[in-house]
Design a binder for this molecule. Structure first.
Ligand code: NAG
Ligand code: NAG
Ligand code: NAG
Ligand code: NAG
Ligand code: NAG
Ligand code: NAG
Ligand code: NAG
Ligand code: NAG
Length: 542
């Protein structure tokens, strides 16, 4: 509402990003994260090495490659980048290929040189910070890897001496397989992986080991000016290991707790800052994979999360894809369903996370097919999904500028008669979703009663996804119709700011057709960044 205040709401975050002080959970609330696998994002030069995902080998992506393509990420509106693990991994070819993904730690105190040097990583970190963006690093505590001498059953023959700094068998829990996932002791103390590639399970009950890990993470965060950590396999380490570790890290922590059980997952929000939103991931993908999907299950899960997670849904990391799950377009290529599912991430409570390649319409199914190289697309910004994501980030940021409490205003659902629709209200933003799909013959109608008081009587309302406007009725109610099942993201014109705004040249429309998906750059967001650049220069920060 007040552009001058709105501009400067960004300021503290930027100044902190510039200094050594790491980012806090509250600073992460407003962020939007681009997740990438360093090996698969971009090589250092402009070469285009072939990358056959099925051979599970290094393809040549580097830190320099990321640094060189930050415009691509930032222009979509992301202000944080989550990179895959950075520490030295097993360098042998294993039964499951090479450690290009970074999850097979061999030495926590060295970097994986496939991705570049320490200077290259520092350069990436500084480049992000000078753009006001955050660096999130992926880390693994639960397990280390030493490659067995052959593929047969030979856990006994593991050479622990190759692992640093925990080089003896007694640094690990005795070998056992996790056979019963209901047995939490087994989940925590037995080993992931299999006999061809056992993941040696660190003895995180041993207090010397705890101290070493806590010191290590503190050093890592400091060395590379890390703003946040994504923690792998959190549920496989005893819960009470995490608070001291997170405190030692001193930055925002978001954990992978792979579970569809909200109650089970909620317990982890008490020991680290936040979790990836796996409990919603499952009903979300089910809901939007076909017109038969169940949208109520998404609503129900959201309600449970808002009630039981320590910070409600505000700090959860919302995602539709990642390196462990099949890409959504391996399930459906109905672009109406795809766009609705992506839209969900940006109109709800929490921190949206987009997995690299999703914006290019990648279709890889399970690991290793979902880890395609991005460079064959030549970082094409013309892909319609790139525009879609850009509009969504801009809509979310605009909503934050208009409502300084946006990131602590809980979303709610406005009940609809049509079970194939969802109306998500998070003032001043309204998300209109449907899973009828692109071949639906009937029109889809969303209804927002005036009793919700979202709009003023007769107010113009803009669909940010195509910049078409519609008008609320005299009482402030609104009914919107589309065909072809496309989503809409509405903002009242009054929330767009006075000039130089998102959809500034928005054409009038019936509020209906969603065919022209062209989008316009959010000058208010870019303007905000320019102003900050100026303030920063004046204040002598470089
Ligand atoms: C694994 O790699 C290391 C270092 O390159 C080498 O010393 C070792 O012999 C290799 N082990 C096997 C089983 O190939
Ligand atoms: C595999 O390793 C086991 C245990 O060290 C050893 O007994 C066996 O001979 C090895 N097999 C091959 C084919 O190298
Ligand atoms: C749970 O798993 C642990 C570790 O494998 C095992 O010692 C224990 O007997 C199991 N408990 C039950 C109830 O099965
Ligand atoms: C979900 O997790 C809770 C807490 O761990 C457990 O009590 C409950 O049985 C689980 N529910 C299901 C359906 O597995
Ligand atoms: C949809 O999900 C809701 C909430 O989980 C559930 O109560 C309902 O039975 C589901 N409907 C169908 C058709 O599966
Ligand atoms: C519509 O969805 C079908 C799959 O349901 C897909 O084959 C087709 O390409 C889609 N068309 C558009 C324009 O999205
Ligand atoms: C934002 O929330 C705080 C605390 O909940 C409240 O005191 C303040 O009035 C709210 N501001 C606006 C503009 O709604
Ligand atoms: C914004 O509005 C002010 C006052 O009406 C005007 O001076 C300024 O040029 C406008 N800026 C843009 C970018 O349109």
């Amino acid at each position: 509402m007040r552009p001058s205040t709105a501009c400067c709401a960004f300021l503290p975050a930027l100044l902190l990003a510039q200094s050594v002080i790491a980012a806090t959970p509250d600073q992460w609330r407003s962020r939007s994260i681009y997740q990438l696998l360093t090996d698969r994002f971009a090589p250092s030069d402009n070469s285009s090495p072939t990358c056959d995902t099925t051979t599970r080998k290094y393809c040549g992506g580097t830190y320099k490659g990321i640094t060189n393509h930050l415009d691509y990420i930032q222009n979509m509106g992301f202000d944080a980048v989550w990179i895959s693990p950075i520490v030295e991994n097993v360098d042998n070819e294993t039964a499951y290929g090479e450690a290009y993904h970074g999850y097979w730690t061999q030495d926590i105190n060295k970097l994986n040189t496939h991705f570049g040097s320490q200077d290259d990583l520092n350069e990436l970190s500084s480049a992000l910070h000078s753009r006001g963006m955050y660096l999130m690093v992926d880390i693994v505590v639960n397990h280390f890897v030493s490659v067995p001498p052959n593929d047969s059953d030979n856990i006994q023959a593991l050479d622990y001496g190759l692992i640093k700094p925990f080089s003896s068998e007694s640094d690990y829990h005795p070998y056992c397989e996790i056979t019963d996932y209901e047995n939490q002791t087994a989940v925590e103390q037995c080993w992931l992986g299999d006999k061809k590639l056992p993941l040696a399970d660190l003895d995180t009950e041993n207090l010397d080991i705890v101290k070493t890990m806590n010191d290590w993470i503190k050093g890592l965060v400091k060395s590379y000016n890390v703003d946040g950590l994504r923690i792998d396999t959190v549920k496989h380490v005893r819960r009470h290991f995490w608070p001291a570790f997170a405190e030692s890290a001193g930055v925002f922590t978001i954990g992978e707790v792979l579970s569809d059980n909200t109650t089970y997952t909620a317990a982890y929000t008490e020991v680290i800052d936040s979790v990836l939103d796996y409990p919603t991931y499952f009903p979300l993908t089910e809901a939007f994979k076909s017109p038969e999907g169940n949208l109520s299950a998404v609503v129900e899960t959201t309600g449970r999360i808002q009630k039981t997670f320590k910070n409600g849904a505000f700090l959860t990391g919302s995602f539709l894809e990642n390196h462990d799950q099949p890409r959504f377009q391996s399930v459906t290529q109905d672009q109406a369903l795809v766009r609705n599912a992506i839209t969900w991430l940006f109109v709800k409570d929490g921190i949206p996370i987009l997995y690299y390649g999703q914006e290019q319409g990648y279709t890889g199914a399970s690991d290793p097919n979902n880890r395609e190289a991005l460079w064959p697309t030549a970082f094409d910004t013309k892909n319609p999904l790139v525009g879609h994501v850009k509009s969504l980030n801009a809509a979310r940021k605009t909503a934050m500028l208009a409502n300084s409490n946006y990131t602590s205003t809980p979303m709610s659902f406005i009940p609809q008669l049509d079970k194939a629709t969802l109306v998500i209200s998070k003032p001043p933003l309204v998300g209109l979703l449907t899973n009828v799909g692109n071949s639906s013959k009937a029109k889809t109608t969303w209804t927002i009663p005036s009793s919700n008081a979202l709009f003023k009587g007769g107010e113009s309302v803009v669909n940010i996804l195509n910049c078409e406007t519609t008008t609320a009725d005299a009482d402030g109610g609104l009914s919107v119709q589309v065909d072809a099942g496309m989503p809409q993201v509405l903002l009242p014109v009054s929330a767009l700011g006075k000039n130089g705004t998102l959809c500034g040249t928005g054409k009038s429309g019936s509020g209906g057709s969603s065919t022209g998906m062209q989008t316009r750059i959010s000058w208010s967001v870019i303007g905000g960044l320019l102003v900050l650049g100026l303030v920063k220069a004046l204040a002598g920060f470089t």
